[in-house]
Ligand binder design. Structure first.
Ligand SMILES: *[C@@H]1O[C@H](CO)[C@@H](O)[C@H](O)[C@H]1NC(C)=O
Ligand SMILES: *[C@@H]1O[C@H](CO)[C@@H](O)[C@H](O)[C@H]1NC(C)=O
Ligand SMILES: *[C@@H]1O[C@H](CO)[C@@H](O)[C@H](O)[C@H]1NC(C)=O
Ligand SMILES: *[C@@H]1O[C@H](CO)[C@@H](O)[C@H](O)[C@H]1NC(C)=O
Length: 256
């Protein structure tokens, strides 16, 4: 492993009361050196799957997702559907590879910040709640465990940031995060969808999985909203806690 990457000897965290400082063994990059930033981001992800609480880096291996209503038709007439995901936990972010980074110049507002990455397998587990009516034949009112698996999950997000000064240092504040996500396959299992009829539950799940692309396209907007909040929750605290100036070598500092 190259010298610039993390040396994981004696995890010595430095914490001051005023602000957080990155663990000392994490090498810094120069502003705008996106190759260096990408390599260090990947080293951080590999070496700290449980996060670094002192700087606001949350665990990546277990990510809690806020409850989300994915579908919310008006509950009237003969065809409507309501679908909610509760207590969802996201597994697999610890296996993220950052592929490309843009931005992070000395003036972070001067260019777009773009972060592009890939995750082999992302899993969502939790509880779902479904209600609905499909013509006069089927009434749906079910709840149970849900599990979704996204294979070859790729993402990019573009950040718009402002800087704010605290104690004479610049901190990044995100005012917009625009994500894109792509998957090769979405596999879902909704347990107990028809509580009285296991065969029907299996059939329903099969239909979903055979037609996942249509569901994915239809649900793109709420799915992106979920990922926006997941990505935000991962990076917001770091930017809040560690000043932008402390993340990088200043131009007259030497790489040691
Ligand atoms: C960027 O950082 C890498 C180390 O990751 C270093 O080898 C390279 O010289 C740096 N590039 C510039 C332009 O400073
Ligand atoms: C990091 O920021 C969050 C709020 O964004 C705060 O709750 C937390 O205490 C901070 N952690 C440190 C070590 O400053
Ligand atoms: C993450 O990678 C590890 C090591 O390859 C693997 O054991 C684990 O199952 C992966 N996590 C997920 C959610 O796929
Ligand atoms: C749905 O089922 C729950 C219990 O599983 C019940 O309390 C509720 O009244 C039902 N709602 C409707 C509209 O049938």
């Amino acid at each position: 492993m190259r010298k610039l990457l993390i040396v994981l000897i004696g995890l010595q965290l430095t914490l001051s009361s005023e602000c957080s400082i990155l663990p000392q063994h994490i090498k810094k990059c120069r502003f705008g050196n996106t190759t260096c930033i990408r390599d260090i981001a990947n080293a951080l992800i590999r070496n700290f799957p449980k996060g670094i609480p002192s700087v606001g880096l949350k665990p990546l291996d277990v990510v809690h997702v806020k409850d989300t209503v994915l579908i919310d038709d008006r509950q009237e007439g003969v065809l409507w559907y309501f679908f909610q995901l509760l207590n969802q936990i996201n597994y697999g972010f610890e296996n993220t590879t950052i592929i490309d980074i843009k931005g992070f110049d000395e003036d972070p507002t001067s260019s777009k910040i773009i972060i592009k990455g890939q995750i082999p397998r992302l899993i969502y587990k939790g509880i779902y709640k479904a209600m609905g009516r499909l013509l006069w034949m089927v009434r749906i009112n079910s709840t149970g465990e849900s599990e979704s698996e996204f294979l070859n999950f790729r993402f990019d997000f573009t950040l718009k940031v402002q800087t704010e000064y605290r104690n004479g240092k610049r901190y990044l504040k995100i005012y917009q995060l625009v994500p894109n996500v792509y998957v090769d396959r979405w596999i879902q299992w909704l347990e107990n969808f028809f509580p009285e009829n296991t065969d029907l539950t299996i059939a329903m799940n099969r239909i979903f999985n055979a037609n996942w692309v249509e569901f994915w396209n239809e649900l793109e907007k709420p799915i992106l909203e979920v990922f926006t909040s997941v990505f935000l929750s991962m990076i917001e605290d770091i930017f809040y806690n560690v000043s932008y100036d402390d993340m990088f070598l200043s131009n007259n500092e030497n790489v040691n």
